[in-house]
Design a protein around this ligand. Structure first.
Ligand code: ARG
Length: 261
């Protein structure tokens, strides 16, 4: 039989384990040192999102977001370490303090701004529709009663929900964007919605996919920013300063092929 003393001891053991776990989670990220310099920044991403972040043959995370963050790190004297944690974990781990920032083609939205802070924008994007080459669909409205695949909790997901209703079973949300495209190829969905540069990169890299992209002026302009935990003003200023520098010296435009103020 369990006696009281034994139970109390077990509780204490569990409690101390939990506390230790929380503690180490925090220590990983750098914070500002005495001079306010961030020696090392842990960056969370979801690396199936070429050209912004993907895994190369050597298992390294590469892409526009990596190049931009490295350029900022160089300007600001911060070592940059990317971690491919997955899309939703980027948000969760930032909240928990396990990451310093998220760099993952993340669109600055009012909803996200309630929980996170964003740098100044570094890229302008918009959504696009992907259908089979022989599909008769030409507009977003024609998708109202069709199955649409998206990456979960992205702006593409929001757009599908706006069209089909918040809880429609026609909107199918997946872990990452390539699966959403694959579902169109498989015929499981009539269309996918995704970010323009990522759609075009996918079509370029998969010429046999049998897919085509459709523009729609119903999609608004979106702006990508780097995301930090809400209230982390010191890091935000650090990142914005670096971003401003690479905007001014032309490095950002060189990386993205796009001019942005
Ligand atoms: N820009 C879109 C959003 O913020 C999609 C970003 C998805 N990023 C990724 N690495 N999978 O919702």
């Amino acid at each position: 039989m369990l006696n009281k003393k034994w139970l109390t001891m077990m509780l204490l053991v569990v409690l101390s384990l939990v506390l230790t776990a929380c503690g180490t989670g925090d220590k990983e990220t750098s914070g500002a040192d005495a001079e306010g310099k961030f020696a090392k920044l842990l960056v969370g991403t979801e690396a199936t999102f070429a050209p912004f972040e993907s895994m190369n043959d050597k298992g390294e995370i590469v892409g526009i977001d990596v190049d931009i963050m490295n350029a900022i790190g160089e300007e600001m004297g911060s070592e940059i370490e990317f971690r491919n944690v997955g899309w939703e974990p980027v948000f969760q781990q930032l909240k928990n303090g396990e990451l310093d920032l998220g760099a993952s083609g993340i669109t600055i939205t009012d909803e996200r701004k309630q929980t996170f802070d964003f740098t100044e924008p570094y890229y302008e994007a918009t959504l696009m529709i992907v259908v089979k080459e022989d599909s008769p669909i030409t507009t977003l409205d024609e998708l109202k009663d069709e199955k649409i695949s998206v990456q979960i909790n992205t702006t593409g997901h929001e757009a599908a929900k706006k069209l089909q209703g918040m809880t429609s079973s026609k909107t199918l949300a997946y872990e990452n964007q390539p699966i959403a495209f694959q579902e169109v190829i498989n015929g499981a969905t009539a269309a996918a919605i995704g970010d323009n540069a990522v759609v075009l990169e996918y079509l370029k890299n998969n010429p046999e996919s049998g897919l085509k992209a459709i523009e729609s002026d119903q999609f608004e302009k979106e702006y990508y920013g780097f995301m930090v935990k809400k209230g982390n003003t010191e890091l935000l200023n650090h990142l914005n300063e670096g971003l401003q520098k690479i905007k001014e010296n032309g490095k950002l435009e060189e990386i993205t092929g796009q001019k942005i103020d």
